[in-house]
Design a binder for this molecule. Structure first.
Ligand code: SDX
Length: 393
């Protein structure tokens, strides 16, 4: 039985809440899901088991896992009318814009008779979100391609079903490669939860008002979209593409160090980690594994990323500010090798993080001491003063 962790934020902000779900030690580069090190879960577990762990706090028995898996898979399809939402979007709409709209719209289908104070109804809402978000994500991708939507397949694993919905077409059979299934599952595990990050805090704040979970998760998706948060994986690939060759890295680093440039090294730095993000280490290893198994000998982007990491970790600007690669630095290279376009990178982050958002929302609703979130402020505006008519101004 681990000792009770005293939650010391220690990085200049006050603790916003208590939680039993995820623990981060930013100085030591430690990440635990319900006490289990992310390194062990990434190697030995899989995403549906991690979903159970995050939701209920313990690793499941075989029977519990089977029941949970059925509970989720029975909700993988979306109402047929949801398909018509897509006709309102331009084909070139960013898929995160579609995710914000369509996931939020789930509230219109499931909100009316949802009592969030009823444990069973809370659990069904959680299953619906974990099950339907990948279906909607894949629909957003197919809509952009102009290809027909692919229905979910409950005989496949969570990762395989997601890849099948992304890549299958009615005109021919599509078998999910075990390499891609394992890579996608690993990416989903690594992104599943991460304590009180910006999007999770958004979900908790929205949920603290009693808003329905579908609207709360849509709010989390909106917050995740920002390039400083989940949008960074897409921004890393854009950055590496703009730099072009390893020879241009030193000039880019100099631009980053110039405060007037407002240029950031995307995929580097973290509000909490002042050491390596443990997920970045696993992602880098996974990158090498996947590229090797896919027979991709030389991926210029990986060479660029590794050279950039080498230079940055020896440069005083980064070392003195404790800036290390974070989860987003290598993930995009794996997703690109899997044939997924950059516009879908943050969508995949949202698919993974839905279980974290839902688990944190559930924990908050079930906390009897929970009250509405109401952050206060330090007022720096004008002192009280009297109104003056316009001709006296
Ligand atoms: C995620 O919170 C979470 O847990 C998030 C996440 C999750 O799983 O939910 O881990 C996912 O969002 C990872 C972060 C992805 N974002 C990026 O990779 C974008 C690039 N990173 C930066 O934008 C930045 O590092 C942040 C936003 C992540 C953190 O910003 P902070 O808290 O302001 O960073 P800091 O306080 O550590 O900065 C200290 C100094 C500052 O310079 P000085 O004022 O001291 O001169 O370092 C500088 C910053 O300007 N700095 C960077 C930098 N990150 C910080 N300079 C260049 N490049 C960077 N990436």
């Amino acid at each position: 039985q681990l000792g009770v962790f005293t939650y010391d934020p220690g990085y200049g902000t006050t603790a916003s809440c208590e939680s039993k779900i995820t623990y981060i030690d930013g100085d030591e580069g430690v990440l635990l899901y319900r006490g289990y090190p992310i390194e062990q879960l990434a190697e030995k577990s899989d995403f549906i088991e991690v979903c159970y762990l995050l939701m209920y706090g313990e690793l499941p028995t075989s029977a519990q896992l089977d029941k949970f898996r059925v509970g989720v898979t029975r909700h993988t399809m979306v109402h047929e009318q949801i398909r018509r939402f897509f006709d309102g979007f331009r084909r070139d709409a960013h898929p995160m814009a579609i995710m914000c709209g369509v996931v939020g719209a789930l509230a219109a289908f499931y909100h009316d008779n949802l009592d969030i104070n009823d444990e069973h109804q809370r659990e069904i809402a959680a299953f619906r979100l974990i099950a339907k978000v990948p279906t909607i994500a894949a629909m957003a991708y197919k809509y952009a391609l102009g290809q027909p939507f692919v229905y979910p397949r409950n005989d496949l694993s969570y990762a395989a079903n997601f890849l099948h919905m992304l890549n299958a077409v009615p005109a021919e059979s599509y078998n999910v490669s075990p390499v891609l299934e394992r890579a996608m599952d690993r990416i989903l595990v690594l992104h599943a939860d991460h304590e009180q990050n910006a999007s999770t805090s958004t979900v908790r704040l929205a949920g603290s008002t009693g808003a329905n979970p579908f609207a709360c998760i849509a709010a989390g998706i909106a917050a995740l979209w920002g390039p400083a948060h989940g949008g960074a994986n897409e921004a890393v690939l854009k950055m590496l593409g703009e730099i072009g060759t390893p020879e241009n890295i030193p000039d880019f680093i100099e631009k980053v160090k110039d405060k007037n440039s407002n240029v950031k090294l995307m995929g580097f730095g973290h509000r909490v980690y002042k050491n390596f993000d443990p997920r970045a280490k696993i992602m880098k290893e996974t990158c090498h594994e996947v590229l090797g198994e896919l027979g991709i000998k030389d991926e210029p982007l990986l060479d660029m990323a590794m050279e950039m990491e080498r230079i940055a970790l020896t440069d005083d600007y980064f070392v003195s500010r404790k800036l290390y690669p974070n989860v987003d630095f290598y993930s995009g290279i794996i997703l690109k090798a899997m044939g997924i376009p950059t516009s879908m990178f943050t969508v995949i982050f949202a698919v993974a993080r839905t279980v974290g958002w839902v688990s944190q929302w559930k924990e908050m609703i079930e906390d009897p001491s929970q009250r509405i979130g109401r952050p206060r402020q330090i007022y720096t505006g004008a002192a009280s003063r009297d109104y003056r008519p316009v001709d006296a101004r």
